[in-house]
Design a protein around this ligand. Structure first.
Ligand code: PLP
Length: 373
């Protein structure tokens, strides 16, 4: 299997720890271990660093299942991040020549890996003019007979948009009409700016698989703890793949995640995330609105990311590289989502950091505009 380069992930992993200001992240600034330990009751003397239960401890599977209507531990496999969840699901479901429909722009792992597995990946567009929704009625045009899998990231990365109920209904109806699987990557659920938690695809159709994670809404990417929620009949199939990847989630992360997802702790963690998002989004949008000759955007519904279009005759990778090299600021160019003249700006950093980073972006843009004039 030859996988196409996952350009965004490599861009971030190469530079995120080597710049002064990293605004390439899609989550809020992560918790310190000390903050986590204040939130959860963890006696180190009770934590045995053995191999854990390989599909997740019973307590963790029960806690994750509690997030999904009608799910039980038999529906859950705990994984090493949402990334392993997506990997295992695609590896199981996709064979060479399969038709896979990807609702895009999206996080590049799922379409990239599907291509690597030999699938014929069809891009289905979210329309900016429709608030980053698919065109009404388009689901059935693209999810045609023979489609094996539809991959959907909801809330979306990079746009932060949440699918409307009618778009979700259309996706499910079109997939059901042809027997296609749906992989719903829902790692941003819980990180809504305002409004209720984004509804899950879980329970809408019997061929739905969901991936989730503690990395975004729970601000704990370093725990590397994710999960698959799937029909019980698929548990063995996915688990048998996981035996070949990471065997088991990190034991310490399993113990911590069980507590983070408890009814007492979960709301507090999510409130921290939403508080940061609510406080910082106006900082970013105010900055963008002050430059409305240059920028246009639709504010995100969820996640600490804003997908911004800019009106400058500079390629987005070139602009991002100049920002990195000349201003030590890292963000994600639209090229990484196959869309030039966009930038994905993360705004989950501490406020002072965000403002300093934006100041440096402004300085570079002024220089770039002066050079054009
Ligand atoms: C949509 C989406 N899915 C999965 C991941 C991977 O997340 P994790 O850290 O849980 O592996 C990311 C990370 O950015 C993401 O944006």
């Amino acid at each position: 299997m030859r996988v196409p380069p996952f350009v965004m992930e490599r861009w971030q992993s190469t530079f995120e720890h080597r710049v002064d200001y990293n605004i390439s992240e899609s989550g809020v600034h992560p918790l310190m271990l000390s903050e986590l330990l204040e939130l959860i009751d963890l006696d180190p003397g009770d934590v045995h660093l053995e191999y854990g239960q390989s599909d997740g401890s019973d307590g963790l599977k029960a806690a994750i299942a509690g997030l999904y209507d009608g799910a039980g531990p038999e529906n859950i496999i705990a994984t090493t991040g949402g990334a392993e969840a997506n990997y295992v699901v695609l590896w199981s479901l996709v064979s060479p020549g399969d038709r896979v429909v990807a609702l895009e722009p999206t996080y590049g792992q799922t379409p990239g890996l599907a291509r690597g597995l030999g699938a014929d990946v069809v891009s289905w567009k979210l329309e900016e003019a429709l608030g980053w929704q698919p065109a009404p009625g388009s689901a059935a045009d693209v999810i045609t007979p023979g489609t094996r899998l539809v991959v959907v990231t909801n809330p979306n990365n990079p746009t932060g948009a949440v699918l409307s109920e009618s778009a979700m209904d259309e996706i499910v109806a079109a997939a059901a009409a042809v027997g296609a699987w749906i992989l719903a990557d829902e790692v941003y659920i819980g990180a809504e700016v305002t409004g209720p938690e984004t509804p899950s695809f879980w329970g809408r159709y019997d061929r739905v698989v969901v991936s989730g994670s503690l990395s975004k809404a729970y601000a704990l990417p370093g725990l590397r703890l994710g999960w698959i929620t799937a029909p019980a009949a698929m548990h063995e199939e996915f688990w048998s793949r996981k035996d070949y990847t990471t065997i088991t989630p990190a034991t310490l992360s399993d113990v911590a995640a069980r507590r983070v997802l408890s009814p007492e702790v979960r709301p507090r963690v999510l409130e921290r995330t939403r508080g940061i998002i609510r406080a910082n989004l106006p900082r970013l949008t105010g900055w963008l609105d002050d430059r409305d000759d240059l920028f246009s955007y639709r504010a995100p519904d969820a996640g600490a990311i804003c997908y911004v279009r800019y009106a400058l005759d500079i390629n987005s990778s070139e602009l991002a590289e100049r920002l990195r090299a000349e201003k030590s600021v890292l963000l994600v160019p639209g090229d990484h989502f196959g869309m030039d003249h966009y930038l994905r700006v993360g705004f989950g950093n501490p406020a002072a950091e965000l403002e300093e980073a934006l100041g440096r972006v402004a300085a570079l843009l002024e220089e770039a505009c002066a050079a054009v004039v």
